[in-house]
Design a protein around this ligand. Sequence first.
Ligand code: JFQ
Length: 292
Amino acid sequence: KTSKVQYYNNPMWPGEAHSLKVEKILYQGKSPYQEVLIFESATYGKVLVLDGIVQLTDKDECAYQEMITHLPLCSIPSPKKVLVIGGGDGGVLREICRHSSVESIDICEIDQLVIDVCKDFFPDLSVGFKDPRVQLHVGDAVEFLRNAPEGTYDAIIVDSSDPIGPAQELVEKPFFETIARALRPGGVLCNQAESMWLHTHLIQDMLSICHETFKGSVHYAWTSVPTYPSGAIGFLLCAKEGPSVNFLTPTNPIEKLEGAMTAGREIRFYNSEMHRAAFVLPTFAKRELEAY
Ligand SMILES: NCCCN[C@H]1CC[C@H](N)CC1
């Protein structure tokens, strides 16, 4: 029994569709923001789908959650206050908790239903919510950031879905300006930044906005996530100018993380070599992205 999720008409990847063999539907529902589907797949474990777009699978979520978290947090000395935008599944929280220097974690997720279903079906990710350092805010990120005092955070991680649903405003300039204001000088932003195979124009727009908004440094990094379209996903690493922006990206990450445990779970993807390699771009991407 296979059920093909045929979305040839998704504007984020016109003309292509991805299918996974469905063993059992575990949850189907609708929040005020999006449709939520969870199923047991034949070969990738459980799968979370929002509005027909794969968000994570048991098998490969480690690549995305570990890289989007450790690329920024291993780039600055002893991060203490961290903010997550999105990330309602809890995976990024799980990864942040590996950093013993972190004292407080704010998370702003717009959709309570995503939080609730991930607590039921993805305990390996939602374990992140159990850490006493975590403070959950359910609501709109732009609103949350407007109310955040200036210079609050050492690091902000934007773990967003694609900009064709509730995450639409998370790629526009005003949003990045509120992020820059909420970061302390020398603080770092890591933003989900789509695929260099599919979204060059969107990435170029984001790079331009970030170069204008962050005077520190802006770098594009990427990694392999088999169940994301094109099998690759990118990250925008931006440093707010500061006294000593020791924001090393292609060179050695400042902090070593190997072996850091969270709730009995080991790191499965990230290491310092992968950190450095993430900033190495293929020639077409250098041409298309490094000019911005
Ligand atoms: N924390 C779950 C990952 C959410 N990130 C997005 C999922 C959908 C992809 N097309 C882009 C990244």
